[in-house]
Write a protein that binds this ligand. Structure first.
Ligand code: AMP
Length: 362
């Protein structure tokens, strides 16, 4: 597991997953002199244009996975729903982080139990495996609440909100394990994004970026803003403690994200992602070292870079669906708009097509 000596320039990083996170990871890796090979099933794999080579093969194609692994010096992922069987097909000594991180983060129940043991507070929740369980959970946990599929949900997909017990009947149970959780009456939302390297380095082997205030719509991130405001700032340290403990307990290497609600009673854990995160895109221009670069540094055994925020205010917004068609207008704005488009071919509704980060000095 995990590299101890730094990987020399010219070595090859393998990335499982082909989305925008892989694309931005590959761009950071190339800057540091590495070669990058991606792997993902055929589709709109926008990471391809940033990679030296790319395998478009199924997650279960063991021959292709073996060929991919034989070309890599280290393997990481950009997507937490890479099947565990895929990761198991990669020789363990090539994996940058332990597969346990994926195993925990792929299941909402696992991740809640894991962080609760480390001292985190979660919204009240119950496992739901049938319509009867659902009615029982609503009875015990109360309303309003959200039914979420335990696995494979993202950007608000696989979630059903109810405001009263009568609405249970209106929801067709998805027929796979779910979790029902009470709706949190939060003041604000934030994430803790950290980078952890495998060995000790001066100043510790964990670096944490400032937390932005994150706004979601329908379960999908809309914007991340710094400064985050006093409520979040007063709760960040408690949340960081949980995030540090989580990273240490997992013996994690790379960037890890934990999402929290800031409530009147302190931070409430929502979910984790063992990867770079949308709410950290502002770090590309806004921090001393971006989340993408520090992930590459961590998995290649290089010293982590500073995570200090470089501007008085930062505003990162996602560009979604058809909005991408007019996004170039942003470039004509005064100030410092930093436009990132991911090169996706189809601007479907609700699809993240890019983001813009606006920074200001004072
Ligand atoms: P998730 O997929 O769990 O990250 O949920 C996406 C977003 O939905 C969160 O960032 C919140 O804005 C909202 N959300 C999810 N779960 C809850 C909850 N238990 N209480 C209030 N809002 C929630």
């Amino acid at each position: 597991m995990a590299i101890t000596a730094p990987l020399p320039p010219g070595s090859t990083i393998g990335i499982l997953g082909g989305g925008q996170l892989g694309r931005m990871l590959a761009m950071a890796a190339v800057q540091l002199g590495y070669r990058v090979i991606g792997y993902a099933p055929a589709g709109d794999n926008v990471a391809i244009s940033a990679c030296d080579d790319f395998f478009e093969n199924g997650w279960a194609d063991t021959a292709a996975l073996a060929a991919f692994a034989s070309k890599c010096d280290v393997v990481t992922w950009e997507f937490e729903n890479v099947p565990l069987s895929t990761v198991d097909a990669i020789p363990e000594n090539l994996l940058a982080a332990p597969p346990k991180a994926l195993m925990i983060a792929q299941d909402r129940l696992n991740e809640k139990r894991f962080v609760e043991e480390l001292g985190a507070t979660c919204a009240p929740y119950m496992r739901v495996e049938s319509e009867e369980d659902f009615a029982k959970a609503v009875d015990r946990v109360g309303t309003p609440g959200i039914l979420k599929t335990a696995r494979d949900g993202y950007d608000g997909k696989g979630q059903w909100r109810i405001s009263s017990a009568h609405e249970v009947e209106g929801i067709r149970f998805p027929g796979r394990p779910c979790i029902y959780e009470g709706m949190v009456n939060f003041e604000a939302e934030f994430s803790v994004i950290l980078a952890r390297s495998s060995d000790g380095q001066e100043g510790g082997n964990i670096r944490i970026w400032d937390s932005s205030a994150n706004t979601h719509d329908g379960g999908m991130l809309v914007k991340s803003v710094i400064p985050a405001g006093s409520i979040i700032e007063s709760q960040v340290e408690a949340a960081r403690n949980i995030a540090r403990k989580t990273a240490d307990a997992l013996q994690y290497v790379g960037v890890l994200t934990l999402e929290f609600f800031a409530t009147k009673d302190g931070p409430v854990f929502n979910e984790m992602a063992p990867r770079v995160h949308n709410s950290g895109h502002w770090t590309i221009e806004g921090a001393a070292t971006s989340q993408f670069e520090n992930h590459i540094r961590a998995i290649c055994g290089l010293p982590l870079g500073g995570t200090e925020t470089r501007f008085a205010s930062i505003d990162m917004r996602n560009i979604v669906g058809e909005d991408a068609l007019s996004a170039h207008e942003i470039l004509a704005e005064d100030g410092e708009p930093h436009l990132h488009l991911y090169g996706k071919r189809e601007a479907r509704d609700g699809r993240k097509m890019g983001h813009v980060t606006r920074v200001a000095h004072g």
